[in-house]
Design a protein. Structure first.
Lengths: 320, 320
């Protein structure tokens, strides 16, 4: 038996929903995972979440769960807990908090997935810090901004969209419709786009070959595999991507004076392929003399894919 | 006689130091102004500030002054009140707070000039708001960020450098040494650079002619005069500059979810020449559907050149 309160943390992504019973120290006592239904409308999703909560509470460790926290991709109104808009899901204006509180009889808090992941890193990660940002570099670029120990959300929870800071108005189009967002040049989607272009120009190169062997189109993962195997074209794509990320990091450091910058999300599995050029550009574009304005370390996040559900659980424990 | 407490507000710029006795409602009871000495080292500057404080206190209205607030261009450590670094002045590591408290026997607070100007606008401007930014577009681009009613400075006062957010890594060099800062493309310095280039390409155009008539090199003011007189080349430079400013505004709106964006500084005197393209680009690059994430209004600031000293006085009244 462990002491302390427990909450259920749920992390709603574009392809899967992860759930866990989380303790105050971040310990995961039980967990489960479901695929996000193809028809990810509000009714279907609410039913799925209710079933996951019931299953987790049915677990012996779940008896004393006191609250539910939800982290979700998309624009989440805070503290109302309504998901206004999610580029990769069909729900819209989904009152997650209200519906889940009615269905489960527990207090519910709902926040953006980047925010809850940032909370997990700030409170329990290897570099606990009250002035930091977590950038999650996956399909998109998410962010959790922690200022003076608190998640920064904007007055209605619509802020912290660092991935949609413009880094080059003449850059490629982003999933959001704008041109030159950080997400458009420094995400898994950007890596896929660059990899496809590289394969087109060199159909016998390693990127194209790996994709052909797998029997499908080039994805960012083929680029990562090729770069890890020493392919120079793939490595150069990571240099480009990491440099864009580093320039974005320098910009937010000018604005926020962060003490630590953490990189999470799927692409951080590429390790130094991503981090080295990002650090270099963050130094190159750093504002001010480093002895006056220190350059914060750029480090991999502690909680890979678990950050969302753990952070959602922590948020529920802190806010209820 | 008016009621309430009063403070002295001092605004240290690259070319002048402005001082005033400021009431809680922002009323200026007395004011004076000195040129910044060419040898703007810490000793000379401290003496100048002490003399200005004595003169202001000597005024009949200055009898009940309870504190001193200083706003200064440069990197100001908060709450220590030490100016670490100022690109346009010779002082460095200047302990303004300590020296001025000793010299004047009053509590002193020292902050970045953009921050105190932002405070004046947030508390007393025409669009008082707790979630806003003031961008001062002058020689450089300064900023005062107000989050939940409080100035955001970063953990040691080194943040809020929105002017050094990168907007194009291949852009022109900034006074800070980096390439493509917002300040490098959306400031008076940028306008001067663009104006000189235009005059070089068209020596008989209005910009070159106005400068020649004034007997000197082209400055941003000649561009402004030409644009106001209807010169299409000068107007197109404002379109470029305003567009860059608007893209920067869209980026910080994605990050902060501001409710109001105010534009101050010398260039706002150009009015719609600057504001119209800025608003257009801020809309074009706005993140998310406007019905979900509203587009904040971009408005001229209330307190032109007085924002610094009034805000410095207000800050002293709030913090002491």
């Amino acid at each position: 038996m462990t002491n302390g309160r427990r909450a259920i943390g749920l992390d709603i992504g574009g392809t899967k929903v992860a759930g866990a019973i989380v303790g105050e120290d971040g310990t995961v006592h039980a967990e489960l995972r479901r695929n996000t239904p193809d028809t990810s409308d509000a009714d279907t999703m609410t039913t799925l979440l209710r079933e996951m909560v019931e299953e987790l509470r049915g677990d012996a460790e779940g008896a004393d769960v006191s609250a539910i926290g939800v982290g979700a991709a998309g624009t989440v109104e805070w503290p109302v807990g309504r998901i206004r808009w999610a580029p990769n899901n069909n729900y819209e204006n989904w009152d997650v908090r209200g519906l889940l509180e009615s269905a489960c009889g527990l207090p519910v808090v709902v926040d953006n997935d980047g925010n809850v992941a940032g909370l997990a890193e700030a409170r329990l990660g290897g570099t606990r810090n009250d002035h930091m940002v977590l950038l999650t570099v996956g399909t998109g670029v998410g962010a959790g901004i922690v200022l003076d120990g608190k998640i920064y959300r904007g007055p209605h929870g619509l802020g912290a969209e660092v991935g949609h800071m413009n880094v080059n108005p003449d850059g490629p189009q982003c999933g959001c419709g704008n041109y030159g967002c950080l997400e458009a040049v420094a995400s898994g989607t950007a890596l896929t786009r660059m990899g496809r272009s590289a394969a087109l120009h060199d159909p016998r190169g390693m990127i194209a070959t790996l994709a052909a062997e797998a029997g499908g189109e080039v994805t960012g993962q083929h680029v990562t595999m090729a770069a890890m195997a020493g392919d120079s074209t793939a490595a150069s794509l990571f240099q480009r991507l990491g440099r864009s990320l580093g320039i974005g990091i320098a910009s937010i450091n000018a604005i926020f004076e962060f003490e630590v910058v953490l990189i999470g999300g799927g692409l951080v599995d590429a390790g130094e392929l991503l981090l080295e050029p990002a650090r270099r550009a963050a130094r190159e574009f750093h504002y001010g003399p480093p002895e006056v304005r220190p350059i914060p370390p750029v480090l991999p996040a502690t909680y890979k894919g678990d950050a969302g559900k753990i952070g959602a659980g922590l948020l529920a424990l802190e806010e209820t």
